[in-house]
Write a protein that binds this ligand. Structure first.
Ligand code: KG4
Ligand code: ZN
Length: 343
């Protein structure tokens, strides 16, 4: 099945044309990041307006990249939530409009479901597996037994990992979103120079907490003064922070793999592009002999192709939504997503 997927949950307007939920024929992402950077975070009202401007050209560009027209599309997929409601509504309305006019089946999917299956576009992962989703809004561990069969094992109790990176970067004067800047600076720093806490490392749960880590950096900056925000001290601080986040994510993933008796690990979401985390996860994989799957960075950050993976599965199995489907801001990933189509 050839699907057209649209994703507008936050600050990226994305569309993709995907064959059988596995092969990307066209994928276009228009980022608003520069617009929001001057406000130090995503401004929901501006995001909605920017999505409105971008959505039609992005869909057209994805179709032309794929070398097809709407005549060839057999199903429409859009992100239903979670995310910014105004932003989601733009993509969802576009998807419904095309589906209505073209009389095509349409389905709304969970954004996180897209993240945890994004790697299938490069290499299918045999079920079951453990999935760590680390993004700007999420830090979750799931057991995945099949498409549509997820069990949440843990989540962050406060800030998401990406949020912690971004807030710490802002604190250090590195701009927004600064996760990638910390990553770059950390590459030239000493991760042992500043001992930072590893929150909830030994609490026996699969939950995370990152707000204390950000506070620890703030306390250090107050104590050491502004010179810590420059030169080698800054690089060492970035490396120390990144090592603290990585240690926690690696240790909790290891415990969850062991607890669930799983031998495959998927790491997904924007923070999965972080080089320290990737290295830490590769180390874990070698140490305990689990198979590791991390999508390439372009599939880790928000994109539309990833939501076509579950979308294609639902459409192929006759699970469609009708045009009353609404966007949702908060939506825990259901254990069995297919249940919502049962009578
Ligand atoms: O998945 P994503 O694109 O959007 C959400 O669904 O949130 O993730 C964005 C998050 C941001 O917090 C961004 O700073 C972080 O991923 N991020 C990184 C890196 N690249 C993106 N964090 C650390 N290191 C990176 N290389
Ligand atoms: Zn995302």
């Amino acid at each position: 099945m050839l699907t057209l997927a649209i994703e507008t949950s936050c600050d990226e307007t994305a569309a993709a044309v995907v064959l059988d939920g596995r092969m990307i024929l066209g994928s276009v992402i228009s980022s608003q990041v520069a617009v929001h950077a001057e406000y130090g975070g995503v401004v929901p009202e501006i995001a909605s307006r920017k999505h409105l401007e971008a959505v039609a050209p992005v869909v057209t560009a994805a179709l032309s990249q794929a070398g097809v027209t709407l005549d060839s599309i057999q199903g429409i997929v859009a992100t239903k939530g979670p995310g910014l409601v105004g932003a989601l509504l733009v993509g969802l309305s576009m998807a419904k409009g095309i589906a209505f006019v073209r009389e095509l089946p349409f389905v709304g999917v969970h954004h996180i479901e897209g993240h945890l299956l994004a790697g299938f576009l490069e290499r299918p992962v045999p079920f079951p597996f453990l999935a760590l989703v680390v993004s700007g809004g999420h830090t979750h561990l799931y057991r995945v037994d099949g498409i549509g069969r997820y069990r949440q094992l843990g989540q962050t109790l406060d800030d998401a990992a990406g949020e912690a990176f971004d807030k710490t970067a802002t604190l250090l004067g590195l701009g927004y979103p600064g996760g990638i800047v910390i990553d770059r600076l950390a590459g030239e720093g000493d991760p042992k120079r500043y001992p930072l806490p590893r929150p909830l490392l030994h609490d026996g749960s699969c939950n995370f907490s990152f707000s204390g880590l950000k506070t620890a950096v703030a306390t250090l900056v107050r104590r050491e003064g502004d010179q810590i925000k420059e030169g080698q001290p800054l690089r060492d601080l970035c490396a120390s922070f990144q090592a603290a986040v990585t240690d926690v994510l690696v240790a909790k993933s290891a415990a969850a793999l062991q607890g669930e008796g799983l031998t495959r690990l998927v790491v997904a979401g924007g923070v999965a592009s972080n080089s320290g985390l990737r290295a830490g996860m590769h180390g874990l994989s070698r140490r305990i002999g689990v198979e590791l799957f991390i999508p390439s960075p372009l599939l880790c950050t928000d994109n539309a192709a990833m939501i076509a993976v579950p979308g294609d599965f639902y459409l192929e199995n006759g699970m469609c939504d009708d045009f009353t489907l609404d966007a949702v801001a908060t939506w825990p990933l259901p254990m069995v997503t297919t249940q919502r189509w049962l009578p």
